[in-house]
Design a protein around this ligand. Structure first.
Ligand code: HXC
Length: 514
């Protein structure tokens, strides 16, 4: 028997080496870890159970018959993160540059199929030169099989993609279908076509980094939700995010223990809103003071910063925060902010994570640039996402709630469960100046002293509408609260809503404006 055991050990040892020691060294020299090192950092110690370690490719073209590696460039299996199960694949760049062969794709599809049956999240660690060129259409078929599974798994189990090297061609579309994309700064790239093709087709000169580096995708395209300084930090960050998520759409997000017998009043909140209502303040401060200590994990932090989204805990419960940011573009809703928030809301709703909205919004962004690029279509995504969400939904209006943006940002009318307003709230069709100049146009023009008349009307309008009471009179605001009471109200709200049931009409699927 010993001989047979030896044979197994020998094969296992060989598989550990992937494409060999030299290739591993070259991977390290590029500042990158190997596929196995990444898994070890990501999962609980000793929890990884590998499948298909001895799979090899089946091609013989272009000399491939003589070049086979155990595992064929994909390490796949199951593990635990903070004691909760997860399916993982990790591409091994030391084997044909991590390129995707038919066999490599089959391994990934196998664990995806199992993860769907088990109802557990899927994490993909991508480091690949794309379709294995020598295999031709077989590898293209492999990608399509993965795309199909990504799509079918969407909304069933959370899917997270880590980009840890090149990600070229159609290969970018698997991560793009998944829920969250993490990129490593300077060592990861994503593009449909590389700089050489770009130069030939559009005559643009652009570097790898400018075209598809982490910073580009975090700030310009919005493809990357997170950029991490290095791979070690990224694995920690993925672990952190995992703790906010349920395993699947039928599961509830894990709850942390919380001591309700503490003083929940937060006096510092009373001092946040400036006297002058057009002065900015940082909504991060409000979020920080309302949620459980140090629990905010911002998503898309560098993209469309006029809206803030991210995971947090309130009274120990996992909650998705969506907040206008008055410190950037006065918190106006534009195309990018609408799309960013809509996608986050839909993720939370798909996975039973309650929503928490902090609202201070002057309206939608005006201008030809926004109109011609489709603010109507894209703004509608945000409206649609809030309307269709059936998870617990709570809104706190801290200051401005003007125009369509009042309706959109989880108003009572679109199924907000608890809608609070601070005394500083201004809820109206539009800001005082714009409104007065329209409805009192003639009076102002005909007045002996037009400026005096304008000021008189501004005061009249502000007295009537620059407050939360007209909305509260109609029950559109459930309660006007002192800012210091907010944390206590939120904790209560989510406890009350724990077993909330709401649903949408039966249908094949909705048709969100894309
Ligand atoms: C087979 C590949 C490969 C590929 C890299 N290798 N990409 N082998 N198929 N797609 C091999 C290289 O031959 C080399 O083998 C080893 O991996 C490392 O590659 P290097 O080029 O030495 O590494 P580096 O300089 O870091 O450059 C990495 C790279 C580059 C940027 C990924 O290799 C590259 O541009 N590859 C091609 C990318 C590409 O065009 N892929 C197809 C996209 S189309 P040796 O033996 O020399 O070490 C696509 C369609 C998807 O993916 C379909 C979905 C719709």
């Amino acid at each position: 028997m010993n001989k047979k055991f030896d044979q197994l050990q020998q094969l296992r040892d060989e598989a550990q080496l992937g494409g060999g020691k030299k290739k591993i060294e070259s991977q390290h020299n590029k500042g990158k870890m190997t596929a196995r090192e990444r898994i070890n950092l990501l999962v609980d110690n000793g929890s990884f159970q590998e499948l298909d370690m001895f799979v090899k490719h089946r091609s013989s073209d272009f000399g491939l018959a003589k070049e086979k590696y155990l595992g064929d460039g994909a390490i796949t299996g199951f593990a635990r993160i903070n004691n909760r199960p997860v399916a993982i694949y990790s591409q091994d760049f030391t084997v044909f540059g991590g390129s995707l062969s038919e066999a490599h794709a089959e391994k990934i599809c196998k664990i995806m199929d199992s993860a769907m049956k088990m109802g557990i999240p899927i994490i993909g660690l991508n480091d690949s030169g794309g379709a294995r060129i020598q295999e031709g259409v077989a590898s293209l078929g492999g990608y399509a099989e993965i795309f199909l599974r990504n799509t079918l798994a969407s909304g069933v189990v959370p899917q997270i993609s880590a980009i840890l090297g090149p990600c070229a061609g159609g290969a970018v579309y698997s991560p793009a279908i998944t829920d969250f994309v993490f990129m490593a700064d300077k060592t990861s790239h994503m593009f449909v076509t590389g700089p050489n093709v770009v130069k030939t087709v559009t005559h643009e000169e652009v570097t790898f980094e400018e075209l598809g580096g982490a910073e580009t995708h975090a700030t310009k395209s919005g493809v990357a939700h997170f950029v991490e300084d290095n791979e070690v930090v990224m694995m920690q960050s993925i672990r952190k995010m995992f703790d906010f998520l349920p395993l699947n759409y039928l599961d509830k997000a894990p709850e942390k223990e919380f001591n309700f017998n503490t003083d929940l009043s937060v006096d510092a909140l009373d001092k946040i809103i400036p006297e002058n209502s057009s002065q900015p303040y940082d909504m991060h401060e409000v979020i920080k003071l309302c949620i459980d200590h140090d629990s905010f994990m911002e998503v898309h932090a560098d993209y469309a910063q006029n809206i803030i989204v991210g995971f947090s805990r309130v009274g120990g419960m996992s909650v998705g925060v969506i907040a206008n940011q008055p410190a950037v573009l006065a918190g106006v809703l534009d195309i990018n902010a609408s799309v960013k928030a809509a996608r986050f809301i839909r993720f939370c709703d798909a996975f039973n994570i309650p929503l928490l909205v902090f609202e201070d919004v002057p309206g939608f962004m005006p201008g030809t640039d926004q109109e011609w690029n489709g603010i109507i279509r894209h703004g509608a995504k945000l409206l649609f996402a809030f309307c269709e969400a059936t998870v617990p939904k709570v809104t706190v209006i801290t200051r401005k709630a003007y125009g369509g943006a009042y309706d959109v940002m989880n108003s009572k009318h679109i199924r907000g469960d608890f809608n609070f307003a601070w005394p500083s709230a201004e809820i109206a069709v539009m800001g005082s100046k714009g409104a007065v100049e329209i409805i009192f146009k003639k009076d102002i023009k005909d007045a002996e002293d037009s400026d005096a008349m304008l000021n008189e009307k501004l005061t009249e309008y502000a007295d009537k509408f620059a407050n939360p009471y007209a909305a509260a009179e109609r029950g559109f605001i459930d309660e006007v609260i002192y800012p210091r009471e907010t944390r206590q109200r939120l904790i209560n709200a989510y406890q009350l809503l724990k077993n909330k049931v709401d649903s949408n009409p039966r249908k094949k699927h909705s048709n969100i404006p894309l």
